[in-house]
Write a protein that binds this ligand. Structure first.
Ligand code: M6R
Length: 579
């Protein structure tokens, strides 16, 4: 949540910061702001989205600057609570991503010492603490400040008359971009792609002293070297490329995301972790939790290995008896709950593995091994291509464990994904856009697919949707079925087909309209439902993929019909870096 960006070099900072913030807007979009440094600090900040503002007209002078796009945690979204925050005298400016848990106490102490606060944010305490410790050297001031902070932070600080940016991180992401006599800092790599492919990932506890000539990094008072890594994402990947929305572009990139993730394969470390595990625990949130559930269904039945799947946000607060391999599934690699859960598993002596889309992300620094998905940057808040790439990664683990059971299917599944992208779903969209409530049902691995279908629907269309195991509907939710409550049923052939058809008939008897996803040519199913959406008649795993893609499209098209803000749904942010 929140995106921060910094620039120091020979060019004017403002346009670079504004462009960077536009790239980071998916991390939070309540307000935005920038500050530049000259003999004084100039600040511009405003409630609302940078992409919809007149930010292009902002012209703060200076070749050093910091910027922020906010997802509000402390204090409502308004001009005053927007970052950057400054100290009493306006000599220091700070942008921050994270949460300062002890800010109430710090604020009380600072007020007692005579500081004047302007905002309701936790961040402002940082500016005032730096002010107290600033005796002409910003690096020393930040060094003296961070031991007072409890919680999480990635922060950038600037001071008048000081030609540098000081950065610090603890439990929030921060990456530096190395240019030609210019340096960049940002919450993630997307703003850097416009300028450089050389990056340095800061570690928790690092403080970086950034000037146009280079960067010096300190950890626990000692100067340290961090490797310069090359990003393999390109700038075009982070643009809309003619699509109406990032989400649609990313849905259409799924064949490639799947194919590339399979093609990249699994390294020896990960292979050994998987082969030696006698039980597996997966921790994840949201969409990633759903892919983990799909893994459980398939891995337990095919590999006969016990798999437990835990919501990361719950896992931290109890201590189940676990051992073996713990896997964090996280697109961003920055989800605070998932990182905390993984650390908990580590404390239980589990061997740990990260499945993530983001090279160098925090989770990759915590685990024993990393399996990198190859989805490329995912900008839309709704997870789509990362979901498909996660499945590609997870299915490879099953494949390794089960002696190549998926060899054949994994090599051509991307073709089937491509096939369903152009499915005609207009009738289904017409039904869903008028509904107040929608149920999604499935059995076996199609139960988590239905959970995901419902999550996508509510997340971007704001239509209330619930995913259910099909057999559970009659244990309560049947009371909600009416002629205006569509039920989306995933009903492929296989062991659950017969019982799914019975469930569909029961739903039909309650007069709820049914949209069914089944295989092409299934006339029996097509006849008993209101709307039938055919899927290619192939392997069960491929049907998991294709049905998921159709449900993404159903959510997308419904949200478009309702004129929702597809890429930036209300109240959400792409990367949930607070617990
Ligand atoms: O980056 P992560 O995979 O850890 O994110 C977890 C969830 O926040 C995420 O999947 C969220 O549920 C999606 N935006 C839903 O589309």
């Amino acid at each position: 949540m929140c995106g921060i960006v910094g620039y120091i070099g020979r060019r004017e900072a403002t346009p670079i910061l504004i462009q960077g913030l536009k790239r980071l807007e998916y991390r939070g979009y309540d307000s935005f702001g920038i500050a530049t440094v000259g003999s004084s600090i100039e600040v511009f900040k405003k409630q609302g989205r940078i992409s919809e503002s007149e930010a292009g007209a902002v012209s703060l002078a200076g070749c050093i600057g910091i910027g922020h796009t906010r997802w509000a945690t402390h204090g409502e979204p308004n001009d005053i609570n927007a970052h950057p925050h400054i100290d009493c005298r306006g000599g220091v400016a700070v942008v921050h991503n994270g949460v300062i848990e002890n800010f109430t106490e710090l604020k009380r102490q600072l007020i007692e010492r005579g500081h004047t606060f302007r905002s309701d944010t936790d961040t402002e305490v940082i500016a005032h603490l730096i002010e107290e410790h600033h005796h002409g050297d910003l690096l020393e001031a930040v060094r003296a400040t961070v031991p007072h902070l409890r919680g999480s932070y990635a922060l950038l600080a600037v001071a008048a008359h000081d030609r540098r940016i000081v950065a610090a991180r603890d439990c929030s992401p921060l990456v530096l971009g190395i240019g030609d006599s210019e340096l960049f800092a940002a919450s993630d790599m997307t703003p850097l792609l416009d300028h450089t492919e050389r990056v340095v990932f800061l570690e928790d506890g690092d403080i970086a002293d950034i000037s146009a000539d280079g960067v010096e990094i300190y950890h626990q008072g000692e100067k340290v070297q961090r490797p310069v890594e090359l990003i393999d994402w390109c700038v075009e990947d982070a643009r809309k490329g003619g699509f109406a929305h990032y989400m649609l572009k990313e849905i259409f990139e799924q064949p490639q995301a799947f194919y590339e993730t399979i093609r990249a394969g699994v390294d020896e470390t990960v292979r050994n972790l998987v082969l030696s595990a006698d039980e597996v625990t997966l921790v994840a949130c949201g969409t990633s939790y759903h892919t983990a559930l799909i893994f459980k269904y398939l891995a337990e039945s095919l590999c006969r290995i016990p798999v437990r799947v835990e919501l990361a946000s719950e896992f931290k607060y109890y201590t189940p008896p676990i051992s073996g391999l713990a896997v964090a599934v996280t697109q961003s690699g920055e989800t605070a709950d998932t990182i905390a859960a993984l650390k908990m598993a580590k404390a239980h002596n589990c061997i740990t593995l990260a499945i993530t889309n983001v090279q160098g992300s925090t989770i990759t620094r915590v685990t024993d091994g990393t399996l990198l998905m190859r989805a490329g940057p995912e900008i839309g808040v709704a997870a789509t291509k990362s979901y498909i790439a996660q499945l590609a990664a997870l299915m490879q683990l099953i494949n390794i464990r089960c002696g190549g059971v998926f060899d054949e299917v994994l090599s051509h599944a991307h073709l089937a994904i491509g096939e369903v992208l152009m499915r005609d779903i207009q009738d289904a969209v017409a039904l869903c856009r008028g509904a107040e409530h929608i149920f999604f049902v499935g059995r076996g691995p199609f139960y988590p697919v239905s959970l995901e279908g419902a999550l996508k629907m509510k997340e971007i269309s704001y239509v209330h949707a619930e995913g259910y195991a099909a057999g559970e509907l009659k244990h309560g939710p049947f009371a909600l079925l009416t002629p205006v409550t569509p039920v989306v049923a995933i009903c492929p052939p296989g062991s659950t087909y017969g019982v799914m058809v019975s469930n569909i008939k029961e739903i039909k008897a309650r007069r709820a309209p049914i949209i069914a996803l089944g295989v092409d040519g299934d006339s029996e199913l097509a006849e008993i439902v209101d709307i039938f959406i055919p899927l290619p008649d192939t392997h069960l795993l491929v049907q998991v993929l294709t049905s998921s893609v159709v449900l993404q499209l159903l959510a997308y098209r419904t949200a478009c019909a309702l004129q929702r803000d597809i890429d930036r749904p209300r109240n959400l942010a792409k990367s949930v870096t607070v617990e």
